[in-house]
Design a protein around this ligand. Structure first.
Ligand SMILES: NC(=O)c1ccc[n+]([C@@H]2O[C@H](COP(=O)([O-])OP(=O)(O)OC[C@H]3O[C@@H](n4cnc5c(N)ncnc54)[C@H](OP(=O)(O)O)[C@@H]3O)[C@@H](O)[C@H]2O)c1
Length: 327
């Protein structure tokens, strides 16, 4: 098969097509003929050598999510048959014509989605469910602030939280990105280049603050996050793009009885990821099928143009997801 390989750590140009053997599914895995693979920011970090894959994942083929048709199944698979159309969360190896996936991490492709659209879902949907609803315990009627509202993660969090009954505020880096987030369901999007989110959130919540914050920024946002949380509020970190070393006023954590948490999805075990798939299928997949939550795809690229797709992601000019298509 053809696969996109990280030939050495470096810029987008190190992603090159190579011939590789088709992987064989283990007893509880399926083999997917990949139609499309979503691109995620962690793939960029892996390409640069800053995010090593877990030991059981392909070491030099990136890609955390795919959609396609099941070509073969392992001996112990009970959930799927050959010919089924699925999207899947994988721990690597998605940028290839064939990819194996644990059967519990596959979800059906709804009739109203293309395979390209389906490929854009798993990584951000699993991450948002796990962090906003499981760790962050966001409840209907509560409010959520999402930093990076126009990211793949952001457009998923806005739609999911809104559809499940929350008020959503976001920050983003341009007026266009802000308008897009508001059209998608955010009550207010703050352009962090011209406005300080702390003041706006205080104003919008009558000084009370928000119940949950999903943060991928870290750094000097952290003190602002603590200030912007309501009593019993939850701060959930999924990255620290502006730095991991911070100075904060911890007395506010005590006074407001806050919870600070975070997680990374990729190293978690299969039962953990399968449980998220089950929850998504029950609660979120019907909302996608009803058209209440939609894939947001900024641009698709042919697989051989993966370097251009990575360069686009690093430019941060995109809104939503970037997807590679395999013919
Ligand atoms: N913990 C986990 O399990 C997990 C899983 C998946 C993803 N993630 C993280 O979630 C984040 C979003 O992932 P994604 O795939 O959705 O990425 P993405 O679409 O590329 O979005 C990242 C956004 O972050 C903003 N940004 C980039 N560099 C920044 C910086 N230095 N300071 C502030 N903002 C910056 C940009 O928006 P603006 O132009 O608006 O600034 C950009 O659009 C990434 O940090 C990723 O590593 C974590």
């Amino acid at each position: 098969m053809k696969a996109l390989v990280i030939t050495k750590p470096g810029g987008p140009e190190v992603l090159q097509i190579r011939d590789r053997p088709v992987p064989q599914p283990k007893p509880h895995e399926v083999l997917i003929k990949v139609a499309a693979a979503g691109i995620n920011r962690p793939d960029v970090a892996q390409r640069k050598g800053a995010y090593p894959p877990p030991p059981d994942a392909p070491q030099d083929i990136p890609g955390l999510e795919v959609a396609g048709t099941i070509e073969a199944i392992g001996d112990a698979v009970t959930l799927w048959q050959t010919g089924d159309k699925v999207c899947a969360l994988v721990s690597g190896g998605g940028y290839a014509e064939y990819c194996t996936a644990p059967e519990g991490q596959c979800l059906p492709v709804q009739p109203n989605l293309t395979l390209t659209e389906a490929a854009s879902l798993p990584e951000t949907f699993f991450t948002v469910w796990s962090n906003v609803f499981d760790r962050g315990r966001l409840q209907p009627g509560e409010s959520l602030l999402v930093h990076g509202g126009s990211s793949g993660i952001g457009v998923t969090a806005i739609q999911m939280a809104k559809a499940l009954g929350s008020v959503v505020y976001v920050t983003a880096g341009s007026d266009d990105k802000c308008r897009f987030c508001e059209q998608l369901g955010a009550t207010k999007a703050v352009n962090y280049k011209t406005e300080y989110f702390i003041h706006t959130i205080a104003q919008l919540t009558g000084g009370k603050g928000v119940n949950v914050i999903l943060d991928m920024i870290g750094g000097d946002y952290t003190q602002g996050n603590i200030q912007s949380l309501a009593e019993e509020g939850r701060l959930v970190l999924i990255n620290t793009m502006k730095g991991k070393d911070v100075q904060v006023d911890l007395s506010m954590v005590m006074r407001k009885r806050l919870f600070i948490t975070g997680s990374t999805l990729r190293p978690r075990d299969r039962p953990f990821k399968s449980a998220i798939a089950t929850a998504l299928k029950k609660t979120v997949w019907p909302l996608i099928e009803a058209g209440q939550i939609k894939p947001v795809i900024h641009q698709t690229f042919a697989a051989q143009d993966a370097a251009k797709a990575h360069a686009l992601m690093e430019s941060s000019t995109h809104i939503g997801k970037i997807v590679l298509e395999f013919s």
